[in-house]
Design a protein around this ligand. Structure first.
Ligand code: SF4
Length: 283
């Protein structure tokens, strides 16, 4: 007679393996006892699958306008200083934001830890229907340990309020949790090391809508290297969550004319969430 506990564990493991398949992690390999050691054999997928250098395989690179257009194929073990990707993306029943944050710890999984002041994990309601995902912290965020608190953050706050919400009603986070030097774009190894924690945040929050602010966030979740202009303003699917990509507030500070495009995107989000469209939009 099989032990009933074993069958439950088997079912959990099956669900977990399906989750990894969604992430493109195949074949699957792990040795818990060597997870903390430098071991290139533990790589779960080739770094050549990175979002910046390689488009999706043709078989999975569907039209971005189609439902379930993309699935995440993110895919290498984080650096040896922290838990493996198995642990990093291991959304356990009962996973919570504090647990994800605790697993992140005083992270040294990528080189961004060398220049950061504070890890910027995320901020907002753990029951939010709406999540904004940006690229990475800037100088103000790095100093305060909070996302979107500089000039771009103030614009994002205006946008949120124009939607009839307040910042505490939503959740805000970034692809990478440490500031890239001189606000450069995060590099592929940095995204690969940090994004599993974003994936876990999203799974814990289970939002109705994810709004990606800028190309890096959208490309990370969609696992594409296509420019944001190809799919901005369209409804997309990230592992069953409705997702909209729009321009980053920092881009709007440089290109104010694009605000009207962003406002159109946010109006679609508002309609999806059943929010009233207000006459006065973000200026
Ligand atoms: S960016 Fe992410 S992976 Fe890199 S050190 Fe910071 S928390 Fe760790």
């Amino acid at each position: 007679m099989p032990d009933p506990v074993d069958s439950k564990l088997q079912e959990k493991l099956s669900r977990r393996l399906r989750f990894y398949e969604d992430l493109g992690l195949s074949p699957f390999y792990r040795n818990r006892h060597t997870a903390g050691m430098q071991d290139s054999s533990a790589t779960l997928a080739s770094p050549s699958e990175s979002i910046e250098e390689s488009p999706l395989p043709k078989s999975s690179a569907k039209s971005p306008s189609a439902p379930n257009a993309y699935v995440s194929q993110s895919a290498v073990l984080p650096a040896a200083a922290g838990p493996s990707l198995f642990e990093a993306t291991n959304k356990m029943p009962g996973d919570t934001l504090p647990i994800v944050r605790a697993d992140l710890g005083e992270c040294t999984r990528c080189k961004l830890h060398k220049t950061r002041n504070k890890i910027v994990f995320g901020d907002g309601s753990s029951r939010a229907d709406l999540i904004f995902v940006g690229e990475g912290p800037g100088a103000d965020e790095d100093a305060q340990g909070l996302p979107f608190v500089g000039r771009a953050g103030r614009l994002l706050t205006q946008m949120i309020e124009a939607m009839g919400l307040q910042r505490p009603d939503v959740y805000i986070c970034n692809v990478v949790k440490c500031r890239p030097p001189s606000n450069r774009q995060p590099e592929k190894d940095e995204v690969e090391a940090c994004s599993p924690f974003l994936f876990r945040q999203l799974d814990v929050l289970q939002p109705k809508v994810i709004v990606c602010l800028g190309a890096t966030a959208a490309q990370t979740l969609l696992q594409t290297n296509r420019g944001i202009s190809h799919f901005r303003g369209e409804w997309l699917d990230y592992r069953g969550y409705k997702m909209m990509a729009t321009y980053h507030p920092a881009y709007l500070l440089r290109n104010p004319a694009a605000k009207s495009e962003v406002w159109k995107d946010l109006q679609k989000v508002m309609a999806e969430l059943g929010l009233q469209v207000k006459k006065n939009k973000a200026k």
